[in-house]
Design a protein around this ligand. Structure first.
Ligand SMILES: Cc1cc2nc3c(=O)[nH]c(=O)nc-3n(C[C@H](O)[C@H](O)[C@H](O)COP(=O)(O)OP(=O)(O)OC[C@H]3O[C@@H](n4cnc5c(N)ncnc54)[C@H](O)[C@@H]3O)c2cc1C
Length: 460
């Protein structure tokens, strides 16, 4: 049983998830009305203040492929083979993300990716896209959505059901459902904020292009991802208040001095550091927990609107794209909206909860652990175990980034078992050679069931 072709659906928010979802639903024959607060990105410059570039990994790519848009996206992608870790002395060392040729992640510009997805959606005759339409609220009792037209400022209403809200981490629809006590929402903000800085193409040449650069400094870090024009976008993650914090960087001199003492090799890469620092917004980071994600068959929250996460695993967009793919897969066997929304939430909630937790853990890994000798040793041992037992052991990072066939929740569950095992083998000594020990063989066979279909060729 399926929803009838031509059935109408509203999508509010033509960001990354909304635009991709519109393509997928249009391909199923639904009539999609897509509403977006911003101006048409095909005709205007992107607004600043949200992350400029993002890491796209296998889960996101699989969803893009499902919608037949991956080939249009490929020219935007820059492969990143690992983390280039810059220590205080200015020395840099690459820690590869994986150990197979294809185990890379991709830097992609948000604005370009969004534009390509909107173009793909707009090519479908059964998709209408309306820009400059700000959704103000969803009113379940009255059965309508309220909008403000950006140009005239006039307000109007539309029939609500069914609506999918992809209006992002600050979702107006989620806020209105919470105000009506139809969903409960918990937002947990980090006490660390972020600020983006541009490393222009002229100085970007000093950095290895096919890597994600990290300057880990314990309680804070700087990262940089490459752009197609040769520039890099750097992001400083730092406490909001305290001795080493954004609050302490209130003057150009303080900014300059902070970079000189903490990121001396990065300082010359940003010639107008103080000006950029003053001009660019300081963004907040947090996790959004919403329960439930849908109200009957009337409205469903999806992507960041339902489950925004911190960016340290580079998976928020990937998870939102996976949401779109899952909803599309369920559509093939669902006859009505409420059943679809219910099945979607049942299948996605454990997985998005898992990636929310793993993303929080990864902040500690990125800003602290990558410089720790024990961490680097266990990482090497994990790679050696993967080479020896590819059907049972895949490092957690690789499961999340390169193995979309392993759900996030399963990656988290196996990752915990593996971490324990790594600690035990590490304590028994022997470095990488521990992977060849009888102890490793026994522990792995006892504790880790074989992974169905997870072994890619060429690992040995
Ligand atoms: C600093 C930072 C770095 C990140 N890096 C990564 C990364 O490397 N990899 C990764 O996978 N993820 C990353 N993310 C997460 C990623 O940005 C989000 O998970 C992703 O954008 C979610 O997509 P979405 O479509 O749900 O929301 P969004 O992309 O935010 O889209 C929401 C859309 O809705 C529109 N909208 C908002 N309100 C309204 C309204 N009231 N009415 C109408 N339209 C509205 C917005 O204009 C926007 O177009 C990062 C996030 C941050 C903050």
């Amino acid at each position: 049983m399926r929803l009838p072709a031509g059935a109408h659906i509203n999508i509010v928010g033509a960001g990354l998830a909304g635009a991709l979802l519109a393509v997928l639903l249009a391909r199923r024959g639904l009539a999609v009305a897509l509403y977006e607060r911003r101006a048409d990105p095909r005709q205007t410059q992107p607004e600043r203040g949200r992350s400029i570039n993002l890491a796209l990994a296998a889960r996101g790519m699989r969803a893009l492929e499902r919608a037949a848009v991956l080939e249009s996206v490929r020219p935007l992608l820059i492969p990143m083979r690992g983390r280039m870790v810059h220590d205080r002395s200015g020395a840099a060392a690459l820690q590869p993300y994986g150990q197979r040729e294809h185990e890379v992640i991709y830097s992609v510009g948000r604005a370009d990716l969004n534009r390509v997805l909107i173009e793909a959606a707009a090519r479908h005759a059964n998709v209408s896209v309306r820009f400059n339409q700000q959704c103000l609220r969803a009113d379940l009792a009255a059965g309508h959505l309220s909008f403000r037209e950006g140009v005239s400022g006039g307000e109007y209403q539309l029939p609500l059901a069914p609506t999918i809200a992809t209006d992002g981490a600050g979702s107006a629809i989620r806020t209105s459902l919470a105000a009506a006590e139809l969903v409960s929402v918990r937002e947990e903000w980090l006490d660390h904020d972020y600020k983006e800085l541009t490393i222009p193409a002229a100085s970007g040449g000093a950095l290895e292009r096919h890597a994600l650069h990290i300057w880990p400094r314990g309680g804070f870090m700087l990262i940089a991802l490459p752009n197609t024009d040769g520039s890099f976008t750097a992001t400083l993650f730092l406490a909001r208040a305290g001795p080493r914090s954004f609050a302490a960087l209130a003057t150009p001199q303080a900014v300059q001095e902070f970079f000189r003492s903490e990121f001396a090799d990065a300082l010359p890469l940003v010639p107008d550091l103080a000006a950029q620092f003053a001009a660019h917004p300081q963004g907040q980071l947090g996790t959004v927990y919403t329960m439930p994600w849908h109200v009957g068959g009337e409205v469903l929250l999806l992507g960041d609107a339902a489950h925004a996460i911190v960016p340290f695993h580079g998976q928020g967009m990937n998870a939102a794209f996976e949401d779109c793919a899952e909803l599309d897969a369920l559509l093939a066997s669902t006859a009505e909206w409420e059943e679809l929304f219910t099945r979607f939430e049942e299948s996605r909630r454990p997985n998005t909860a898992a990636i929310a937790q793993m993303a929080l853990e990864n902040y500690l890994e990125m800003r602290d652990a990558v410089l720790d000798a024990g961490f680097v040793r266990r990482k090497a041992l994990a790679m050696a175990l993967e080479r020896r037992f590819p059907e049972r052991f895949i490092p957690r990072y690789s499961m999340v980034m390169f193995h979309p066939e392993i759900p996030y929740a399963e990656a988290q569950r196996r990752g915990a078992l593996q971490e324990q095992l790594l600690q035990e083998l590490d304590q028994a000594g022997g470095g990488d050679a521990a992977a060849d020990s009888p102890l490793a063989e026994r522990l792995i066979r006892e504790r880790l069931a074989p992974l169905a279909g997870a072994v890619a060729p060429g690992v040995r």
